[in-house]
Write a protein that binds this ligand. Sequence first.
Ligand SMILES: C[S@@+](CC[C@H](N)C(=O)[O-])C[C@H]1O[C@@H](n2cnc3c(N)ncnc32)[C@H](O)[C@@H]1O
Length: 309
Amino acid sequence: MEYKHIPVLLDETIEGLQIKPDGIYLDGTLGGGGHSEKILEKLQSGRLIANDLDAAAIENAKNRLQKHLDKITFVHDNFMNVLQFLDDNGIAELDGVLLDLGVSSYQIDTPERGFSYNKEARLDMRMNPEQSLSAYEVVNQYAEEDLARVFFEYGEERYSKKIASKIVDRRREKPIETTTELAELVAYCYPPKDRFAFGNPAKRVFQAIRIEVNGELDGLYEFIYDIALRLKKGGRMCVITFHSLEDRIVKKAFVELNKDCVCDKRIPVCTCGKRKEAEIITKKPICGKTEDADNKRAESAKLRIIERV
Ligand SMILES: C[S@@+](CC[C@H](N)C(=O)[O-])C[C@H]1O[C@@H](n2cnc3c(N)ncnc32)[C@H](O)[C@@H]1O
């Protein structure tokens, strides 16, 4: 299947990164390589570390970014492990970092990856198909209270308990095998008047399972904080999120990086040692354009930018 993904907030992100031709940049979420390509066009002697959990993204990018291969280091890993990669390769500082979080359109649109509630496939949702935990295990093996917690915390799903209970009932007869089986079961947990009132009723449960399978929020705050500290003075970090759970974490990490001494004002000498590490460039996030009919994902996109001080 062709690798299709329209980059979101492309101009805003590239402008936000303020790319230096000799800089070292990290794209932690290579995906279709749309953002990476624009970064590479601005690099001369610089380098791009292009990272993705999904081997399909790396393979596609090797082809798409052919004319820039001498400036790219591909890394097939979770971006959470990139600090180790930087240490192992003697890279002390970066000029810029981009994270465009979540899944790519390619992943959603490839039925056999099992991300989409609209396309019949075995439940899967692994960004890295080499990982053992998939949506199948979550749906068929998690205890009822854990399912309810996942749906509530990661999907903000108001019928989380009812859906978890229905899943466990159904599992007693036979395992839930496919995306559409799960989507139908979720729809029947909604009262008929609400069933399609806010888009597909399975949307939130699918988002929740995807976040759980890929551990998308685990360690994200710490990673954003730590990778920001690896930026050179004046270096920029751009993070694009697609739902409020991610955006809250990014905002919190940026606010913390921006804080100076947190000692009680009545104490004359600082004892906390906290120093401002970064300036927040986007006081409010830059939002995706709702008029972009070709790219539904853009509607919920938010870009936040900081600059290392
Ligand atoms: C929204 S897409 C990126 C699109 C890309 N900016 C472009 O222009 O085509 C997100 C990509 O990040 C990858 N990804 C998500 N979480 C990741 C993680 N923790 N570590 C590495 N890659 C991750 C996904 O596999 C997916 O390919």
